[in-house]
Ligand binder design. Structure first.
Ligand code: CAA
Length: 380
């Protein structure tokens, strides 16, 4: 067992930390307030190689391991989880899904711009009536010979408006249930694609969340990924990796809040001394750090499983379940340590607390993670 990061991994962590401090921190409160997507900052993230971190350099990626990705996700999420969700979806759902399962032509056409940060991607699985119950797809992709006719609505789509390319999961053979589902690469500019209004959210407010509507969209046959009927397994396998990214996001939100709380407690005085000298606060800090370290170990283990070629369905579900719980609980504690100031936007912790909640909901709620974990335990 080796808990030591390599020099390369530390360099990635430092680069992400510097980027977050210099490029994301200025303006993060205004972006959250105004729900303004961080277009310029995400372009710069792409130039740094952070939008296709694990993709082979021959397809425009950075060829890094999952541990490096998780380190970068944590650092970016400490400061701006609205940016890190864009990064996570592009890296671990869209780029991973295309690199692992698409054919060479699809990779050249779509993966190269996505991995090099020239374009952004989105993952379209959720529907008004298919959130947790992902097999109940109502969006249809009717086989018309040399193309599919796509009709339906997708909801809560991260990068919905900023993405140029969508990975769309849709039902082709309703009678076959999940075995009749396909996955397609759809271009936003195609006729019949409409982007709905931006969601007005509690947290990750500057991320770009929309409904996407498809009306008689002609999708060329060559844009289907994998065998006919592979779409549901594609979604499940891709989401297992996505959950590592969201677990790292939750970890970053928690550790960002902890760092702010520690700093504040060493500066703020009450009853004649800095508040960190009161056990009421010192014990909170001890609990926070312990919980966050435990979450980090689960997140790193899931990333390590993926890098080692081990099955990571269960370790990614455990990492996401636990890290998101820690994020929710510890951001509340960070607000408490800040007292009245914690309730004020300029101290950042109220935003982190609002952002934490979504990590228990997207890419599978906490209950979904428990389904994945318990089924694996019971099957043995
Ligand atoms: N890898 C490969 N195949 C898998 C798999 C995996 N990890 N998990 C399930 N499957 C396969 C099963 O083997 C089964 O295939 P067979 O019938 O051939 O054996 C098939 O998929 C159906 O599996 P289940 O019977 O387990 O399906 P289920 O209906 O009971 O649901 C579920 C399973 C885990 C609850 C699933 O529906 C799920 O994960 N739901 C949550 C969906 C989700 O995470 N949505 C997030 C949206 S994306 C998002 O949030 C992105 C964003 O914008 C931030």
């Amino acid at each position: 067992m080796n808990f030591q990061l390599t020099e390369e991994q530390i360099a990635v962590q430092m680069a992400a930390r510097d980027f977050a401090k210099n490029e994301l921190l200025p303006g993060v409160i205004e972006r959250d307030d105004q729900q303004k997507f961080a277009t310029d900052q995400i372009k710069k993230l792409g130039e740094l190689g952070f939008m296709g971190m694990m993709v082979d350099p021959k397809y425009g990626g950075s060829g890094m391991d999952t541990i490096s990705y998780v380190l970068a996700m944590e650092e970016i999420s400490k400061v701006d989880a609205s940016v890190s969700v864009c990064m996570s979806v592009n890296n671990s759902l869209v780029c991973y899904g295309i690199e692992k399962y698409a054919n060479e032509e699809q990779k050249q056409k779509y993966l190269v711009p996505l991995a090099s940060g020239q374009k952004i991607g989105a993952f379209l699985l959720s529907e008004p009536e298919a959130g947790s119950d992902a097999t109940s797809q109502r969006t249809t992709a009717e086989d018309k010979g040399d193309y599919y006719l796509l009709n339906g609505t997708k909801n809560w789509i991260t990068n919905g408006n900023s993405a140029s390319y969508y990975l769309v999961i849709a039902q082709t053979y309703p009678e076959k249930g999940h075995k009749g589902i396909n996955v397609f690469i759809v271009e936003k500019e195609w006729a019949g694609v409409t982007v709905g209004a931006k969601e007005n959210k509690m947290g990750i407010r500057s991320s770009d969340t929309h409904s996407i509507m498809f009306q008689d969209v002609k999708v060329p046959k060559e844009n289907r990924i994998g065998e006919d009927g592979f779409g549901f397994k594609f979604a499940m396998q891709t989401l297992s990796g996505g959950r590592i990214g969201i677990a790292a996001q939750a970890l970053g939100i928690a550790s960002g809040a902890y760092e702010l709380a520690l700093k504040y407690s060493k500066e703020r005085k009450a009853f004649g001394t800095e508040i960190c000298n009161h056990q009421a606060i010192a014990f909170k800090l001890a609990d926070m750090y312990t919980e966050i370290t435990a979450a980090r170990h689960l997140v790193m283990k899931a990333a390590w499983d993926k890098d080692e070629g081990n099955n990571y369905d269960m370790s990614s579900a455990m990492a996401k379940l636990y890290a998101s719980k820690v994020a929710m609980e510890q951001t509340v504690e960070a607000v408490q340590i800040h007292g009245g100031n914690g309730f004020v936007k300029e101290y950042h912790v109220e935003r982190l607390m609002r952002d934490a909640k979504i990590t228990q909901i997207y890419e599978g709620t906490s209950e979904i993670q428990k389904i994945v974990i318990s089924r694996t335990l019971i099957k043995g």
